[in-house]
Design a protein around this ligand. Structure first.
Ligand code: AMP
Length: 175
């Protein structure tokens, strides 16, 4: 299967989790092994030239995408998680979402100034989540060499907010 056919399996769920939000459900891709493979191959092709030492995956779908990527690229995998999930000392960032507010935590020392970090998530909406993850990596002293998402909701204008960071999207939805 090619990437285009794989991405076409994504479905729009209107008014989830709130009225007015169209949720992009990527789970049909994960349910189909050929589609999941095509997606992972495309992510690998996009991220490999950045020569990362760590993949920083964002809870929760970022974990699914980031784990095979880290193994394929022989990188470390580090997890940026929601409040209350990270057991040791953390760095934390609060951010606004398309549908609310949240907090992102990263273990202290999970990335360091020796690291070239690529941050991975499924969907870029307003950009708050990626910005928070980038701040966590930056505060740890790491070099952020890329932000990788599957789908960018381009009409929300987050690319502007993330200017200066190397944002890569497999698909951009303009309206
Ligand atoms: P944002 O911080 O607004 O860019 O939101 C991005 C984060 O929220 C990602 O971790 C996404 O998984 C999730 N998200 C936000 N909006 C959507 C959406 N319309 N469909 C699916 N996931 C979304």
């Amino acid at each position: 299967m090619n990437l285009e056919s794989a991405l076409a399996l994504m479905c729009d769920v209107p008014d989830f989790p709130k009225t007015g939000i169209t949720f992009k459900d990527m789970t049909p891709i994960f349910e189909n092994p050929q589609a999941f493979r095509a997606l992972q191959d495309a992510l690998k092709k996009s991220v490999a030239p950045l020569k990362p030492t760590k993949i920083l995956a964002i809870e929760s779908r970022g974990f699914i995408l980031g784990s095979p990527l880290a193994l394929d690229l022989s990188c470390g995998l580090v997890l940026a998680r929601k409040k209350g999930k990270v057991p040791r000392r953390t760095l934390r960032e609060t951010y606004g979402l398309e549908y609310g507010h949240d907090e992102l935590h990263l273990h202290e020392g999970a990335v360091s100034k020796a690291d070239r970090v690529v941050i991975v998530d499924d969907v870029l909406a307003t950009g708050g989540t990626l910005m928070a993850a980038a701040n966590l990596a930056r505060r740890s002293g790491a070099e952020i060499v890329g932000l990788q998402v599957v789908l960018e909701l381009g009409f929300l204008g987050a690319r502007e907010k993330l200017k200066g960071l190397n944002l890569q999207s497999l698909q951009i939805e303009s309206a």
